[in-house]
Design a protein around this ligand. Structure first.
Ligand code: 0RA
Length: 639
């Protein structure tokens, strides 16, 4: 009797599993964001996050990531091991349930704070569904257990394959070539996230090895967030020798904050909830900002540091040159926003705000000279902001008189309104010429940029606006710029398309532009206006056939196909857009019917900005090296 019942339950849950796997494979992007480089690396993060959860619970202090010889990836931890006992209702191993049922992970464990399932809410079964094969090995209860899957379906029940005294979990997977066009993992991209996780989880040892190249990294930071700040500040001079560190727990919400001031003009605040980077901020960030402004003003007033006539310090004043990391742990985080990376829990604002008011107030009292230096820096910021405002007001009045004409370099389109219109921001004059001739002038406008635009990392907004290329972009877009003037609704084109050469310089200019939009026109990205053009890398000619090829893997396939055929073929590598004539540029890159465009997301723009500001010190070589090493990923924006 019992058996029959279990059999039925088993069949029912099997059908659920197959339905779940099918849903994931039909719409992978719904679960992992996309199926490009970013989504591919997301798979690893998803698996790592499960181990991080085990570490958050205090059960694991070591995680190893390996890019194997065959390009599969293994993630190993020394946690308790995923339970392998038979799940009573489902009549199969708990391990199998975790690996095959969507959202099953949490059911076996009541962990307080969780990374996994947080961001996209997916869990490791999604990675399994999107893998050509996956193998999980669990050491627990004295045994070593193993199960293998293909596209999410188990080959056989979980099997005991040996004995082990230790405990832990090892997951190895091969992303499915039917889903992912490119399956090559980047050691650098993986390292970035692993390093970040090591900063956020002090004393957790995280290592990565690329078996093929022998490259490896080991991350373990006793200093936690303070070490994170020092890392972010590298290449900059800082106001204080050590970062300020604040930490405490209220109403079951642990809060950790570290910050410093450096000699740039940017604010770089990184906020996290349960180790998830909240790019869009949220209540924890709002609480921190409010408390910082208030506490610094209180300190300044109390110590009579504000002279007669000085107004109070604004939020912008106290955040100029600020590098900060805020990490909170929340039991049931509510994520909101376009990319689900804004914390919504309203109670967190007051908790962070109260804690910072209290602890920072105390810190400043005990470290008066540090406090004074911070206030002086903020006052310098306040004064130049005021001067810039006055200067802007003057130019605004002037340009109102001059009727704010469009820049001469712009080849505008004939249609107006932001419905179907497109603006191509093109690197270099010769490419700009081809684009102007090749375009559909009814709805495509061309703005050629001459050389490099100003490095936005190193300049205040007002200085940036003295840069001609920046001014040209701003007036072409029609949105205005700066806190009081920017209005995304005034944008003159529906799509803003960055079109640069497929080489290192092109990647650099693209990064500069992304950083500019991220810092100063973020709503342009948030409203989905910003795109990257995808020009071909090669032209393959064979008789009077021609073929445009967009990446190296595709080229390999073409070469493979032509290998045994007698007809000769030739390959031309495009180093720059300028090598294409107008008709080719239209056909391959601009024609809406055939081109592919990459839409820039906030996540990607953030990434560009992050890498940029870290490599920005004065070390041009370091930057060049990074971009070169990542050239193949740069195309897909994952710098
Ligand atoms: C649920 C319960 C227990 C362990 C885990 C999940 C677990 C999951 C993962 C995923 C990667 N590494 C992991 N390590 C552990 C154990 C419950 C117990 O032993 O009491």
């Amino acid at each position: 009797m019992n058996n029959v019942k279990n059999q039925t339950a088993y069949d029912a849950s099997q059908i659920q599993v197959l339905k779940g796997l099918e849903a994931v494979r039909m719409r992978p992007a719904m679960y992992i964001g996309d199926v490009s480089v970013r989504g591919l690396h997301h798979l690893v993060n998803e698996v790592v996050d499960n181990s991080i959860d085990e570490a958050l619970g205090g059960f694991c202090d070591e995680i190893e990531v390996t890019i194997n010889e065959d390009e599969s990836v293994s993630v190993t931890d020394n946690g308790r091991g995923i339970p392998v006992d038979i799940h009573p209702e489902q009549n199969r191993s708990a391990l199998e349930v975790v690996m095959t049922v969507l959202h099953a992970g949490g059911k076996f464990d009541k962990k307080a704070y969780k990374v996994s399932g947080g961001l996209h809410g997916v869990g490791v079964s999604v990675v399994n569904a999107l893998s050509e094969w996956m193998v999980v090995e669990v050491a627990r209860d004295g045994g070593l257990y193993r199960q293998r899957y293909q596209r999410g379906i188990p080959d056989a029940p979980v099997k005991k394959v040996g004995s082990r005294k230790s405990t832990g979990t090892k997951t190895t997977f091969m992303p499915d070539g039917e889903i992912f066009k490119k399956r090559k993992f980047s050691f650098e991209i993986l390292s970035e996230r692993l390093r970040e996780l090591a900063f956020l989880n002090p004393n957790l040892k995280i290592s990565i090895l690329d078996v093929k190249t022998g490259k490896s990294n080991k991350f373990k930071y006793k200093g936690g967030l303070s070490a994170f700040i020092e890392y972010l500040d590298q290449g900059h001079n800082t106001l204080t020798k050590r970062p300020v560190f604040l930490s405490g727990e209220r109403e079951n919400i642990p809060v950790d904050i570290a910050f410093s001031y450096n000699d740039s003009y940017n604010e770089n605040i990184y906020s996290y909830v349960n180790n998830i980077h909240t790019i869009e901020g949220g209540t924890h960030l709002v609480g921190f900002k409010a408390a910082l402004t208030r506490t610094l003003n209180n300190f300044a007033t109390k110590n009579k540091l504000l002279k007669n006539g000085d107004s109070t310090l604004s939020g912008d004043d106290v955040r100029e040159g600020l590098t900060a990391v805020i990490s909170v742990k929340v039991n049931e985080p509510q994520f909101e926003g376009q990319t689900k990376t804004r914390l919504g829990n309203s109670e967190v604002k007051g908790i962070v705000e109260g804690l910072v008011n209290e602890q920072l107030g105390k810190f400043l009292e005990q470290n008066g000279s540090v406090g004074k230096r911070i206030i002086e820096k903020c006052q310098v910021a306040a004064r130049s902001r005021e001067a810039a405002r006055k200067a802007r007001e003057l130019t605004r009045r002037k340009s109102a008189l001059e009727n704010d004409s469009l820049p001469g370099k712009l080849a505008d389109c004939s249609w107006s309104g932001s419905g179907r219109t497109e603006l191509f921001i093109v690197e270099g004059n010769s490419a700009g010429g081809s684009a102007k001739q090749g375009r559909d002038r009814r709805f495509q406008a061309i703005l050629p940029l001459r050389g490099k635009i100003l490095n936005v990392e190193k300049a205040r907004l007002d200085k940036m606006l003295s840069n001609e290329e920046i001014r040209t972009i701003v007036s072409t877009l029609g949105t205005g710029i700066g806190r009081d003037d920017f209005q995304v609704e005034r944008i003159r084109y529906g799509k803003i398309i960055i079109m640069t050469d497929a080489d290192v310089d092109g990647a650099h200019i693209r990064t500069l532009l992304l950083t500019f939009f991220f810092r100063h026109m973020r709503p342009v990205i948030e409203h989905g206006h910003l795109y990257i053009a995808q020009p071909p890398l090669y032209r393959v000619a064979r008789g009077n056939e021609e073929l445009y090829v967009y990446d190296d893997e595709e080229l390999r396939k073409v070469q493979e196909k032509y290998k045994d055929q007698t007809k000769n073929y030739s390959i031309q590598r495009y180093k720059g857009l300028g090598e294409m004539n107008p008709a080719q540029l239209w056909k391959t890159t601009m024609d809406p019917q055939f081109r592919t465009l990459l839409q820039v997301t906030i996540e990607e723009a953030f990434e560009a900005d992050h890498i940029f500001s870290m490599l920005m010190g004065d070390d041009v070589e370091l930057r060049r090296k990074f971009i070169e090493e990542n050239a193949q990923y740069v195309r897909n924006l994952d710098v």
